[in-house]
Design a binder for this molecule. Structure first.
Ligand SMILES: [Zn+2]
Length: 651
């Protein structure tokens, strides 16, 4: 019954989620955006080319020529020179026209090639200097800044730069790890509101000129891809958390009636995540509606998520998206993935946070069901997406980086225990607060907090593809007044390593339900347990802790013969024998078996079996050849059985 419920829930969840995911993927692919870190390097500047400097701040002034999509802008970057550089390269799309360029207020010749601005430094500026670079420019951005119609057929003016489009609308160091403080001064027509990062420090209206000037300042370091704007004749609703964090909601006027069902829970979510992850890290939180990803997606712009307007439908069924984006304030914005190869540090964490919110506000079983749904969605979509590791994935925006990584965090929690896991999470947040981290940083924190080596865990789950595919068999045998429960496991995956993981076995016996926990470390494993009541039903991983597929290979025929005296069977004929002995071995459960022949002095004279066997009957022939006539002992061992059987050889 429980499985059926999960399956039904799963399909409902998929139906709901499909438009969002489908559009999300479609939008990326339509725009020809990079699918993988490697492809990204071909399209945009290489991640590591422009090194030796650090952008400290961006001061960005943009006049938005609404209703036209063009802009006229001036961006000033404050740049610390960390090394001696002959040339400074700033990423900037060649599709926008540069009007003038200044370094420390001195006009410079504009040298722009291959989506970058080239600024000679040699002989003038050196290591340790801080310079300002001002770029005045205009044009209609092709990416990064977008104009799209909402469901009410009105244009919304908003940005969406992840992963690599920031340079499409402002000059920047286009990498996730170079974080800086940002100031945006937006000049828009009267009647429009501007949602942005950080706090408003200026909001002035020029009635005669018909313009509004709004300045947003984000004083916590931010990656360029998180810099954002959303412009529309919004209605602004403001709430605060119990802890006093302001929460700004920018809604279409037509949608305000949906606020209570769809968004009103946000301040409570902030409180819940603050208790789990540490205090909310920014000045405020906010959400602004926009037709981002066709209206079916959302983007965690720092302190101001841009939220798909199709998800504001009055049903309250997309709270998982609200929770996901909010959790990115800690995982993605406060601690940013250092490279796109480490994207799971953003997305796996945010996807797991969806489940954590359910755990905190609903029930443990609802939480486990949600994790099981994440896992099932991964299994169902992985064949299309392809099999590859979570780290440096072949596809960034799919179930491997989102769902599988979330389930890996869940397994890490199971491995470490709740208190160590959440302590490690908070410690990771503290250590890399307002900075960036890579996968090894997270591993190091987990190892330090737990005092354990987790190299094996990260190697098999993060750096390797796939998951265990586990065949199992079980049997019971009566012995005196007890029952021996025997279970065998075999990892059969061929394109992934052998995994090590703790595994729960739920055993329904005649008198009660028991939860057993075993450690699977090898390709073949077997376990025996003794109970007073007969085991009847077996459920592997009932709480969905492990990413694995299990295949039940059946109860051996043997278990149907309750009067059988032991756990193995060995018959010989003829006995006594001459020249050749036939040996029938009945194997009740899969595992490694040994069959040796001993002489009367206890020496091994022949080895007939030393191999992995599946359950079933096997027939072997033994020809003693030149051995002397006499008594020999066949010794069969394996899977907890060890017994010998005499035979008489007569030449
Ligand atoms: Zn996300």
């Amino acid at each position: 019954m429980r499985r059926a419920v999960i399956i039904i829930l799963f399909f409902v969840a998929i139906l709901e989620a499909m438009p969002r995911k489908a559009n999300f993927i479609a939008e990326f692919e339509n725009r020809g955006l990079p699918r993988t870190p490697a492809e990204m390097e071909l399209i945009a500047p290489l991640e590591d080319i422009w090194t030796g400097f650090d952008i400290l701040s961006y001061d960005i002034h943009i006049k938005f020529n609404i209703p036209d999509r063009s802009i006229r802008a001036s961006t000033t970057l404050t740049v610390a020179l960390l090394d001696s550089l002959d040339t400074l390269f700033i990423d900037f799309s060649h599709l926008l026209e540069i009007d003038s360029l200044f370094v420390d207020n001195n006009p410079m010749e504009i040298i722009s090639t291959n989506d970058s601005i080239r600024i000679p430094l040699g002989g003038i500026y050196g290591q340790g200097d801080t310079i300002t670079v001002r770029v005045d420019y205009h044009g209609s951005p092709w990416f990064g800044y977008l104009v799209r119609q909402n469901p009410y057929e009105q244009n919304v003016y908003f940005s969406f730069s992840e992963p690599n489009d920031a340079y499409g609308w402002f000059p920047c160091h286009n990498v996730p790890y170079d974080k800086a403080i940002f100031c945006l001064t937006a000049d828009v027509p009267l009647g429009y509101l501007v949602a942005g990062n950080g706090v408003i420090t200026l909001d002035s209206v020029d009635v005669s000129g018909g313009r509004r000037i709004v300045r947003w300042e984000e004083n916590y370091p931010m990656a360029p891809y998180l810099f954002s704007v959303a412009i529309y004749p919004y209605v602004l609703l403001i709430d605060t958390t119990e802890g006093g964090i302001p929460v700004h909601f920018y809604m279409y006027p037509e949608d305000t009636s949906k606020f209570v069902s769809d968004w009103a829970e946000t301040p409570r979510m902030i409180e819940v995540f603050s208790l789990l992850f540490g205090p909310y890290p920014f000045e405020k939180y906010g959400m602004a509606e926009a037709p981002i990803m066709g209206g079916w997606g959302a983007m965690e712009h720092q302190t101001c998520t841009t939220y798909g307007d199709r998800l504001v439908d009055g049903s309250g069924r997309f709270k998982d998206v609200v929770a996901h984006e909010l959790s990115h304030m800690w995982w993605g914005d406060m601690v940013t993935c250092g490279t796109w190869k480490d994207l799971w540090l953003n997305e796996g964490f945010a996807t797991y946070s969806e489940a954590l919110y359910i755990e905190q506000t609903q029930s443990f079983s609802a939480f486990r069901d949600y994790v099981a749904q994440l896992k099932m969605a991964y299994f169902s979509q992985e064949p299309r997406e392809g099999r590859f590791p979570i780290y440096d994935p072949e596809y960034l925006w799919g179930v491997t980086v989102y769902n599988k990584a979330a389930c890996v965090l869940d397994m890490l929690r199971y491995e470490l225990g709740d208190s160590i896991f959440f302590e490690a999470l908070r410690e990771y947040g503290n250590e890399f607060k307002y900075s960036y981290a890579v996968t090894e940083d997270f591993r190091n924190v987990c190892e330090r907090v737990s005092g354990r080596s987790l190299e094996w865990f990260f190697q098999q789950w993060i750096y390797s593809p796939g998951y265990p595919e586990l065949d199992y068999w079980w049997s019971v045998a009566s012995m005196d007044s007890a029952w021996i429960f025997h279970i065998d496991f075999h990892q059969t995956q061929t394109d992934a390593p052998i995994f090590r993981f703790p595994l729960e076995i739920q055993l329904t016996c005649a008198d009660s339900v028991r939860l057993l926990r075993v450690m699977i470390s090898n390709a073949w494993e077997s376990f025996d347990f003794i109970f007073r009541a007969r085991p009847l039903l077996v459920d592997i991983d009932p709480n969905s802790y492990v990413i694995l597929k299990v295949n039940y290979r059946g109860t051996p025929v043997f278990s149907q013969h309750e009067n059988h005296p032991g756990l193995f069977d060995l018959q010989t004929y003829p006995n006594p024998f001459n020249a050749e002995l036939k040996i029938r071995v009945f194997v009740p459960a899969a595992g490694r078996y040994y069959l040796y022949v001993y002489d009367v002095q206890g020496r091994i004279v022949d080895e007939l079996l030393n191999t992995e066997l599946y359950p079933g009957n096997y027939t072997l022939n033994w020809k003693p050849g030149s051995l002397a006539s006499g008594v020999y002992f066949l010794r069969l061992a394996g899977l907890g059985v060890d017994n010998s059987h005499p035979v008489l050889y007569i030449k």
